[in-house]
Design a protein around this ligand. Sequence first.
Ligand SMILES: [Zn+2]
Length: 381
Amino acid sequence: MSIHSFRFPTDIRFGPDSIKSVPDLLTGQGVHKPLIVTDERLRDLSFFREFEQSLKDKGLSTYVYSDFSGNPIKRHVIRGAEAFKECGADAVVSIGGGCALDVGKAVALMATHPGDLFDYEDGLEGAKEIKDCIPFTLSIPTTAGTGSEVGGSSVISDDQTHKKVIIWSSYLVPSLVIADPCLLVGLPASVTAATGIDALTHNIEAYLAKNFHPMCEGIAIEGIRLVFQHLEKSVRQPENIEARSGMLMASMMGAVAFQKGMGVTHSCAHALSTCFDVHHGLANALMLTACLRFNQDHVGDKLQHLAKVLGAPANKGSEAFISMVEALIKNVGINHKLSDLGASISEKLVTTAFQDPCHQNNPKSCRLADFSNLFETVFAS
Ligand SMILES: [Zn+2]
């Protein structure tokens, strides 16, 4: 397989070993001192050490900021921005899962913008303006799920309340993306499965969202097809580069598609992560089919169409697609129960889901009681 270059929605180098082009690409941009932002669990892996060495061999001065792990909070971003200034960095290179990439974007923002990070919250009344002075940012995903590498949003939690705050600007879309499927081969099956279902959920919710955006719908349909073609294989054959490539692409397509909007599944998943620290992809996997059934009478023939795209006979109803999703989730090894993950239904869980903005674009409008019913259905299953 070869490396492909394209610019949609940003500059992307896609293909095995594309990470090896990073030193030349950085020097080509005039970068001398990149701040490398990565999750602390990645820092000691051999591929990371080799990557850092390749930058040094090219004459670049590197500084690694990895003082965080898991869901990022504001403090992680503030420390990263301080590191950027202290070492006189001129670019941010983020490498890791969605969390590391989100921290990298927020660090790049706070390296050049005054005030508090949450002053820039998307949709906040009186929010400070994000300007076109973000340093050069390069993102290298090591999971296929969030698609954060091609998006302009960064989700950072409050240190105390753990409420997720979304910062968004088109200026936060990374300047360059290295999508190298070889970086995914070491992922454990459970992470491959959960992040892969997150990518599936992005594509499905974007396709069903009520906003008008036929371009995103076309991308979402193909993203869904790619997940069905490649996710199970990625879980069962972790070194299958073709399958890993397919999932990396599906993940980026999901993030492009959800510019159209997301839906009720993500509102439930965000609440489960906020209240019980459930992994985001896993939370989506556990809520997805119940949310599809909640929506199925409000999406026209879209679910039928998806079933047809996946090869079901034309006369099959929307339930055929939901059954396919159910089977995929089971086949990739996700058979947890929410109660096993320490979660329980509470007023806080239901109101957190209701207050989450994602369901504003859900095809069926959601009341507070709908969230109670959805959680009850899933907890009882
Ligand atoms: Zn998601």
